[in-house]
Design a protein around this ligand. Structure first.
Ligand code: MG
Length: 453
């Protein structure tokens, strides 16, 4: 279903271009028009310079529409998601552009179950937006705007889900790289409460993200890695701009992609549970399947995007989900990615196993991955996909929930059309680097061949 403004994670754009007060007021009015009169909205924002004006603009739309507004302050996205459920609100609004650079901002719209609204609801809001429909009320129906601080409640819910006494007894040390964003408000405090000695870097809020940018790419987390080594930390964690993701580093200074950490969570959380379903996007490493076999579990694949993972977890009553970008979803808390929850669970795994993070990672199967892209006009994408599925030689399994994934005994190729650019992205995995490169080339050839047909 094509949408004009909502993307994979809410509405995002550049300040002064798409994102202006006028646009936000009109979009806020459209969202308010989908709600019942007298409903409640929880609102929070990240630390970007543009967040206050967006928050004020959208707040005025809700208040003018007879909606009650509760402001939870400058906080991580998952805290707003927690607050929607905790306060039994109808909708949540998080003002953020997550990991995007400082010139971006936007809004995530959260449903009453704490998960971002689905595509049908997004489409409905856009339709109302296009019609410029509003539900403004007379003065007698205007509701109140209140501010509350739910940081303690949020941290307490997370701590209620891990073995606090066990973690305390281990006297761990951790480095938190907050990336100058809202993660610095929560994670260091949370870790201190469970007896962990915390070394925070890039901890002060700054909307320009001067420390290391807002995207926690493992290869740029050099300062975190060096600090972990220098202070002999048991682990290190870095968040993105709205702290829903967590990228981990070990005691030796090695920093890992999410593929490794989510497999670790799958292994050490689900092996103690009866329900061993693990929900993850189709682009995740085969390691999650190997772990599922090892613990007698099951992997449930979804299209790429956190909403798909969250919604699938509810559908399948799954406890755990993960993404290779460092997103971890834990249903006993809320089935959305949450960097602070992931951090508390990592501390618990280290405390329970008594092993170092580097040795736990080494126990996981290792694969080589390759990524590439190839040009393809947008109007050809569907035809190309069909052609590949019809004509490719048989793989052990072919999954087509998002692109084409060809699975072999020792790895896979995923050929996936980009949602925003005229390209196909090709991801591969194999037991050797040579094989992974060979597969990427094979994937590109499949698209080229189909393009010529
Ligand atoms: Mg994020």
């Amino acid at each position: 279903m094509k949408r004009k403004y909502f993307g994979t994670n809410g509405i995002r754009g550049i300040i002064g271009e798409l994102i202006t007060p006028g646009f936000i007021i009109r979009m806020g009015s459209a969202i308010a028009a989908t709600m019942k009169k007298g409903g409640t909205v929880v609102i929070g924002s990240d630390a970007r310079f543009s967040s206050p004006f967006i928050k004020q603009a959208i707040s005025s739309s809700f208040l003018a529409s007879g909606i009650e507004l509760i402001d939870v302050g400058t906080v991580p996205t998952p805290l707003v998601q927690f607050a929607v459920k905790y306060l039994k609100a109808d909708i949540g609004i998080m003002v953020t552009a997550s990991h995007n650079p400082p010139q971006f901002n936007g809004i995530k719209v959260i449903d009453n179950d704490g998960i971002e609204i689905d595509i049908t609801k997004q489409k409905k809001i856009e339709e109302i937006y296009e019609k410029e429909h509003t539900s403004y009320t007379s003065w007698e129906e205007n509701k109140t705007l209140t501010s509350i601080n739910l940081r303690e409640e949020y941290i307490n819910q997370i701590l209620g889900l891990v073995d606090v006494e066990l973690i305390k007894s281990k006297k761990l040390k951790a480095v938190v790289d907050a990336g100058n964003s809202v993660g610095g408000i929560i994670t260091p405090n949370l870790l201190k409460k469970i007896g962990i000695k915390v070394f925070t870097i890039n901890g002060h809020l700054d909307g320009t993200f001067p420390g290391r940018g807002s995207e926690p790419e493992p290869k740029i987390l050099i300062h975190m890695s060096e600090t972990a080594k220098a202070v002999q930390a048991n682990f290190a964690v870095a968040h993105d701009g709205d702290a829903d993701r967590a990228i981990f580093g070990d005691e030796l200074g090695e920093v890992y992609y999410g593929d490794k950490s989510i497999a670790l969570f799958e292994k050490w959380i689900l092996s103690y549970q009866k329900n061993k379903k693990f929900v993850t996007p189709i682009s995740s490493s085969r390691v999650v399947e190997d772990i599922a076999k090892e613990i007698g579990g099951e992997v449930v694949w979804t299209p790429v995007g956190c909403i798909y993972v969250s919604r699938k977890m509810i559908q399948e009553s799954a406890l755990l989900g993960g993404e290779e970008n460092g997103g971890l979803f834990y249903t006993p808390h809320i089935p959305v990615r949450d960097g602070a929850m992931a951090t508390a669970l990592m501390a618990e795994i280290l405390a329970k196993t008594g092993k170092s993070l580097s040795s736990l990672i080494q126990e996981l199967p290792a694969y080589y991955q390759q990524k590439d892209k190839i040009y393809c006009p947008n109007d050809q994408k569907e035809r190309i996909m069909h052609h590949i599925v019809e004509n490719v030689e048989k793989a052990v399994e072919t999954i087509t929930i998002d692109g084409v994934k060809l699975i072999y005994e020792d790895g896979w190729i995923l050929i996936r059309p980009s949602g925003t650019e005229p390209i196909f992205r090709i991801f591969t995995e194999a037991l050797t680097l040579e094989k992974a490169i060979e597969r990427v080339n094979k994937g590109k050839k499949l698209v080229e061949k189909a393009l010529r047909k």
